[in-house]
Design a protein around this ligand. Sequence first.
Ligand code: THU
Length: 174
Amino acid sequence: MYPPFSFIGIKMTEHQIKINFTAYDSVDELEVQDKKLCLEAIEALKTSHSPYSKFRVGVAMRLQSGKILHASNQENVAYPSGLCAERVALFHWGANHADDPIETMAVTAHTDEFELTKPVTSCGACLQVLAEYEKKQGCAIKMLLYCQGGAVWSATGIESFLPFLFFEDRLNNQ
Ligand code: THU
C-alpha cells in the first residue's frame, strides 16, 4: 500500500463546480417573447450554408432595444474557414450593434440525416466569444437552447456553461 498523499507532503484538494440550468419540456412553457425568439431561430435555419456537415444551426438574438438579429452556421470547402452560427451572430453584433446589449440568444439546429432529440449546446469557442461580449456589454446573456418539437434548456451567464473560461485577469498575472 502507498502512504496517503499528505504523508509524503502532497496536499492536493478536490473541488466541484455546480452549474444550474432550467429545462422546459416545450417552447410553450416559455414566456411569450422567449418562445417567439426560439421560433425566429428556426427561421434562421433557412440561411445556413452547411453543404458539408448537412447540419443547420440557427440563432436569433434579442437586443435590449427589442431588435432581433438572425444568424446561421456558414461552412467552407476549406473546413476550418467556416464558422458556427453563434459566432456569426456575436461578431455581427460586435461589428454593428454593440451599443445595444444582447438580452437573449436562442439557438436551434436541424438535420435531415437523423432526428435531434436534445438541444444543441454551443461549442467552447462560441462560449469564449460569448464571454467576451458579456464582459464588454456589462450584463449576462440568457441562452435558450431549443430542440425543435422538444426541450428548451436555459441558463443566464457564461459561467453556467463554461466555468473554466479564459479570464482576462490571467493575462495580467492577477
Ligand atoms: N455548429 C454551430 O453552428 N453551432 C454549434 O453550437 C455547434 C456546431 C455548426 C458548425 C458546423 O457548421 C456544423 O454545426 C457541424 O459541426
